[in-house]
Write a protein that binds this ligand. Structure first.
Ligand SMILES: [Cu+2]
Length: 195
């Protein structure tokens, strides 16, 4: 009876600790927000006659994971018009571009928010300048080329990405706590009773 009561008490303690940790984690997650795109050149819907560089300014410094921040520019023909990899400086992403035919272009971007979550979006703009030959079938940047399909999946997962990350974190945290609890129970049970 005695050891069963101890077991019950330990299990109750584990539940309390697990709930408290989950609440604390939830609070911490709610307190931190994803960084958002503050401004860009070109801005959504802009018409530009000259454009050598796309810049995206975010609300906080992005994380510089290798290949984590990706910006591509797709032309009216669906080809790529980046001329180099994207550069990161604090909260700003800069992408050199060489546009081709006049028409509708789209900047597709994905960035790693300062809280570690990916954010993404698309900026449509119109190029009205002179027609030039150019464009490539894939990105000239290796990390962006490897993730050419990424903008679609990430933009779909942009809002779902955060919560699923949180869920995974909570599940992992919960699992660790449960394992610790089981360990404690096993130790308590295996300890010889002296009385
Ligand atoms: Cu976040």
């Amino acid at each position: 009876m005695r050891s069963r009561n101890t077991l019950r008490r330990v299990l109750a303690g584990v539940v309390v600790v697990a709930s408290a940790t989950a609440a604390a984690l939830g609070g911490a997650v709610a307190a931190s927000a994803h960084d958002s795109l503050v401004s860009s050149n070109p801005a959504s819907g802009d018409s530009v006659a000259v454009l050598d560089e796309v810049t995206l300014d975010f609300s906080a410094n992005l994380l510089g994971y290798d290949g984590g921040n990706i910006v591509i520019v797709l032309g009216p023909d669906g080809r790529h018009y980046e001329s180099d990899c994207v550069g990161l400086a604090g909260p700003t992403l800069t992408l050199p571009v060489a546009l081709g035919e006049p028409g509708d272009y789209t900047v597709e971007w994905r960035a790693v928010s300062s809280d570690g979550h990916p954010v993404s979006g698309a900026i449509p703009f119109t190029y009205t300048g002179e027609s030039r030959s150019g464009g490539t079938d894939a990105s000239v940047c290796a990390s962006a080329a490897g993730a050419t399909a990424a903008p679609e999946t990430t933009s779909a997962a942009a809002d779902g990405g955060g919560p699923s990350g949180v869920t995974i974190g909570l599940l992992a945290g919960g699992a660790v706590i449960v394992l610790l609890g089981v360990l404690v129970v096993l130790i308590v049970r295996s300890r010889p009773r002296e009385e």
